[in-house]
Design a binder for this molecule. Structure first.
Ligand SMILES: Nc1ncnc2c1ncn2[C@@H]1O[C@H](COP(=O)(O)OP(=O)(O)OP(=O)(O)O)[C@@H](O)[C@H]1O
Length: 271
């Protein structure tokens, strides 16, 4: 039986009567890594904020580790890293890690220190002297040092150079594989997450367009040149004169889709 650790049901939120998250539902199994993808303004941060209990939903329900989430703060067992990566600028890295140790009941000092060391950072350096990418590494050390069961990271890889991005991706994948941590990472760029995630949630204008295992999602689509017809399925988007169709691939002469095709098509839609 699948061990579901996060369940989101019909979650909705409007700002000034404009739906920003619209009846979103999904559930995540323990140990999975999910890419939450959507264009700028699609509702990713709003969705995450409701899941972690920092924003009150207009409707719907979130269940984290079997407990219903309300707006009284972050559920035990869940760690959240906001897009602006909150750290104390005047602290040194060592002081920041000590703060993590002193303010969390569950804390693995050796693990947090190892993450910082692997980033090649001197613990005496002040946070304000770090580059955005280096701050990300410290913020991730603080998040994983708490040994959470579920981690939500809002655009964690955006500031990282390719080498650092790979290192952080490896770190997250090891954490999920070794500790069974369930991880959700948001990005507006699929390429950032494609090698890391085994599941995909795609938000478009607040609606959940795709939800599932990446391999299954890819296999549910195929591509054909032109835009005229979709014999077995529905055209979900057209990219550079090629239609991406959701439906069973008619035969082996028809090209399979890539994950890139599928995401781009769903994000651009059919005019
Ligand atoms: N507190 C708020 N009041 C009014 N509108 C808001 C508020 N928070 C978010 N919005 C609007 O809701 C929409 C979704 O914002 P959100 O930050 O969730 O998107 P996002 O997918 O995380 O975008 P990005 O990739 O740019 O971070 C945007 O149009 C934004 O302007």
């Amino acid at each position: 039986m699948t061990d579901t650790v996060l369940e989101v049901s019909e979650l909705s939120k409007s700002f000034r009567r404009r739906p920003v998250v619209d009846q979103c539902s999904f559930s995540l199994p323990r140990g999975s890594i999910t890419a939450l993808v959507g264009s700028n303004g699609a509702g990713k941060t709003t969705l995450m904020s409701m899941i972690v209990g920092l924003l009150h939903a207009d409707a719907g329900e979130v269940t984290v580790l079997g407990h219903s989430v309300d707006d009284r703060g972050i559920a035990p067992g869940l760690s959240y890293l906001a897009q602006h990566k909150p750290l104390f600028a005047r602290f040194s890295i060592a002081e920041m890690l000590r703060f993590g140790r002193d303010t969390n009941d569950r804390w693995d000092d050796a693990y947090a220190n190892r993450i910082v060391e692997e980033a090649g950072l001197d613990q005496r350096t002040k946070i304000k002297r770090l580059s955005p990418g280096q701050r990300t590494r410290i913020a991730i050390a603080l998040v994983l040092g708490r040994l959470p069961e579920i981690v939500l990271l809002d655009e964690p890889l955006a500031d990282l150079d390719p080498v650092a991005r790979r290192a952080v991706a490896q770190l997250l994948m090891s954490d999920a594989a070794d500790r069974g941590t369930t991880i959700v990472l948001s990005s507006h760029v699929l390429a950032d997450l494609v090698d890391v995630a085994d599941r995909l949630l795609l938000l478009r204008s607040g609606r959940m367009q795709l939800n599932g295992n990446t391999e299954d999602i890819v296999n549910e689509h195929y591509v054909v040149r032109g835009t005229t017809s979709a014999p077995d399925g529905e055209i979900v988007g057209v990219i550079g004169g090629t239609s991406v169709i959701r439906g069973p691939r008619p035969d082996s002469t028809v090209l399979p889709a890539t994950l890139d095709d599928v995401v781009l098509a769903h994000l651009s839609g059919v005019e």
